[in-house]
Design a protein around this ligand. Structure first.
Ligand SMILES: NC(=O)c1ccc[n+]([C@@H]2O[C@H](COP(=O)([O-])OP(=O)(O)OC[C@H]3O[C@@H](n4cnc5c(N)ncnc54)[C@H](OP(=O)(O)O)[C@@H]3O)[C@@H](O)[C@H]2O)c1
Length: 292
């Protein structure tokens, strides 16, 4: 019997890259098809039904997205096309072809004014336009396909792609001091850990688990961007001085949440996902950056 096919979008993004790395350990159970925009362009949704007809995936992991949070405030149509409209069409095709959809969402679907971890059913109120498009994508994905898992995550970084960790390393190597926002707190997510969690979920579904819906995933721990930067400096052995500043001193086109901690209890309970400590995961990523 042929192995179930897992199709993945955004293979050149942080999460897509980590999934491809990890897929080698799952080759006995699953076949994989990693796509980039030349193979499946979410900006031109006419290709999506053709893709499903041709490949008939059993699982579809949507890692592609419009992720330029600040630019999304002005490139609204483009952000909405990728993060909402395309996700709805993918979900419709998943339903037609009996495929399970796993699509990634964000802590930005919340208003960021909370004081305790957001639960999967906490009221949403997107903090910026990017968050609004991701929220609409969630809604369409759930409406159009019963077998949908939404994974909300936050502060994603990897050895691959652009992210806070790599930006900090670059700046810290070239500057004597750096100011970093200290009044916004959340939880970092090492993309390799998220990739492992996704494949564990798929393995569990393949063995008969039938939980679907919204889940939260990040590394364990709550820190500010300033604390994150300080840890990067310490673990990387750099000397740059890191100074705390309020978010008001670092204005951005898109608003950012002051509090964006996600409650992850349901993903642990329903799928047995082990949550990695943020500092240990940061160390893993820095080790990989040193090797390559
Ligand atoms: N990064 C974060 O901090 C964060 C936080 C919360 C949630 N998320 C969500 O997590 C998921 C993965 O994020 P990430 O950090 O891995 O994103 P990323 O590194 O920015 O990668 C996004 C991917 O989307 C692809 N893409 C863009 N436009 C496309 C199009 N028209 N058709 C097909 N593919 C297209 C990009 O392809 P190219 O390489 O060709 O541009 C890239 O591979 C996304 O859903 C994101 O919204 C991210």
């Amino acid at each position: 019997m042929s192995k179930p096919l897992i199709a993945v979008t955004g293979k050149n993004g942080q999460l897509g890259y980590e999934l491809e790395q990890l897929s080698e350990s799952f080759q006995n159970e699953f076949a994989f098809l990693f796509t980039d925009r030349t193979m499946l362009d979410l900006g031109d949704t006419s290709g999506i039904p053709v893709f499903f007809e041709k490949y008939q995936p059993a699982y579809f992991i949507n890692c592609a997205a419009y992720t330029a949070v600040d630019k999304a405030e002005t490139e609204r149509e483009k952000a909405n096309q990728l993060n909402a409209i395309a996700v709805g069409i993918i979900a419709g095709q998943c339903s037609l072809h009996h495929c399970t959809l796993i699509t990634i969402s964000t802590d930005y679907v919340f208003d960021g004014k909370g004081t305790k971890p957001y639960q999967t059913d906490s009221p949403t109120d997107p903090v910026n336009y990017y968050g609004q498009t991701k929220w609409l994508g969630e809604k369409l994905a759930l409406e159009k396909n019963a077998r949908t898992i939404i994974l909300r995550t936050s502060w994603v970084y990897s050895k691959h792609g652009n992210n806070f960790v790599k930006t900090m390393l670059r700046l810290m190597k070239n500057r004597p001091e750096l100011s970093v926002v200290s009044d916004q707190v959340g939880s970092p997510t090492y993309a390799a850990d998220l990739a492992a969690a996704i494949l564990k979920i798929i393995r569990s579904l393949q063995s008969g688990n039938s939980h679907y819906g919204i889940y939260h995933y990040s590394n364990e721990g709550v820190i500010s961007w300033y604390e994150f930067a300080t840890a990067i400096r310490e673990l990387a052995g750099l000397n740059c001085k890191v100074l705390p500043i309020p978010a008001s001193a670092y204005p951005t086109p898109a608003k950012r949440p002051a509090y964006s901690v996600l409650d992850k209890r349901t993903i642990v309970a329903d799928f047995g996902i082990h949550l990695m400590d943020w500092r240990k995961s940061l160390q893993h990523c820095l080790d990989k950056l040193r090797i390559t």
